[in-house]
Design a protein around this ligand. Structure first.
Ligand code: HEM
Length: 115
């Protein structure tokens, strides 16, 4: 959430100085121009054709904010998640219970400003 210091115009919209502006990170992270088929779980979108990490793939940093006030903990958070995920995958097998009735998550959101 940011506050506009002075009058501004964005894509033809007048934004009066002092307005509170909330960036739509969700829309940025679901832009099919950057991430084709954005709702699909597709880790390979970050890999090259030969399975290497694609260093040119756009990093999904919009969750950490923008500009001068971008989250300074971004790299620590990303690396912590990487370590946590790698440790979980090393230690456990992740699968549905055998013979059990386990529903897959629908991906539907509940209503609210932050979901
Ligand atoms: C997944 C984890 C995290 C997410 C999604 C996240 C996200 C954010 C977002 C969206 C902002 C606001 C940026 C803006 O105003 O444009 C922010 C600010 C901030 N974050 Fe994080 N953050 C995470 C982890 C961390 C960690 C681990 C630390 C510290 C070790 C941290 C420290 C801060 C601080 C100090 C600010 C305020 C920066 C400022 O206002 O100048 N965050 N974070």
């Amino acid at each position: 959430m940011h506050k506009v210091t002075g009058d501004d115009v964005y894509r033809g919209y007048h934004i009066p100085g002092g307005s509170t502006v909330i960036a739509n990170s969700w829309a940025i992270l679901h832009d099919p121009a950057t991430y084709p088929n954005p709702d699909k779980f597709s880790p390979e979108r970050f890999l090259t054709d030969t399975g290497e990490l694609n260093l040119d793939a756009p990093e999904p940093t919009a969750a950490f904010g923008f500009g001068r006030r971008i989250c300074p903990g971004m790299y620590m958070a990303s690396d912590s998640l990487w370590i946590a995920a790698a440790s979980l995958l090393w230690a456990f097998r992740v699968e549905k219970p055998e013979g059990g009735e386990q529903e897959s998550p629908t991906g539907n959101y509940t209503f609210g400003l932050v979901r």
